[in-house]
Design a protein around this ligand. Sequence first.
Ligand code: AMP
Length: 315
Amino acid sequence: MSRLLIVGSVAFDDLELPTGKHDNVWGGSASYASLAASLFTPIDLVGVIGEDFPDKHLQTLRGHGISTEGVERAAGKSFRWAGRYDATLSSRTTLDTQLNVFADFKPKIPASARRAPFVLLGNIHPSLQLEVLEQVEKPRLVVADTMNFWITGEPTALKKLLHHVDVLVINDEEARQLGEHHNVSRAAAAIRKMGPKHLVVKRGEYGALLFDPEGTFFAPAYPLEDVLDPTGAGDTFAGGFLGYLAHVDAKGGSVDRAAFRRAIVAGSAMASFCVEDVGPNRLLTLSGTQLRDRLGQFKQLVHVEHELDALSLLR
Ligand code: AMP
């Protein structure tokens, strides 16, 4: 099996959703990404939790084939993030970010995970993401996520990290910010000059774009009637994306451009489940059959019966 190393935050979130307030929800970039990726491949999770973090969540992770050997329990409180969504769930405001145990965290990659061919650097301080890369042995594919908090707060560390990243996954607002252009395609071109050969731009309910040396690919998001909580959708997307690629590799397939495109759809399908319930709840009960069904629905969504370029269509 192709193991996937995931590093990121393991957290408590206080969420203000149109449906009400939810405090102390289990969250964090690495929690969402690991749960999503674990459907496809075994995971080594690296992160830090405080004394307040319940054992039952660690047991849940292990129950999903996620090794928690690299999750350190430190003195103090776990990372905490608070956010408020608008009535349409299309924009959110960060109300509070408390690094807590992350402030002094030094990631230690367990010996068994140092040779993981696939590495997902979930959203945390870019210096910590770099420290992880210093400890691993020549991974085949490094995927990184980040957010506006680090783009504005730690631009130097982030730029340094980007030289070592193969695929950067960010949302479109962050892409515009990092690429310093309001046009996403131009921003993408600028970001790809900073290091990553591939850039995935997540556009929430409007799908995801892949920019790579050969061009641009787009996949829609699955149109759902009931969206409860978008928190973690981006991390779930990243976990599903790289988990799928690790799975392809384990089955002897090639991790090529076609696989990247399918991985975008796999990530979008996983994210569509994440938003159906509060926190990571939906991911906890998601079965392989349900995922297979949704992937089938995705295929239907973009399927076109006849060739669009048939000359007979022209006047
Ligand atoms: P997403 O909705 O995919 O952007 O991810 C939301 C998750 O990211 C939440 O569960 C938060 O705990 C976590 N998070 C928010 N801000 C940060 C940050 N600055 N560093 C690391 N994780 C964060």
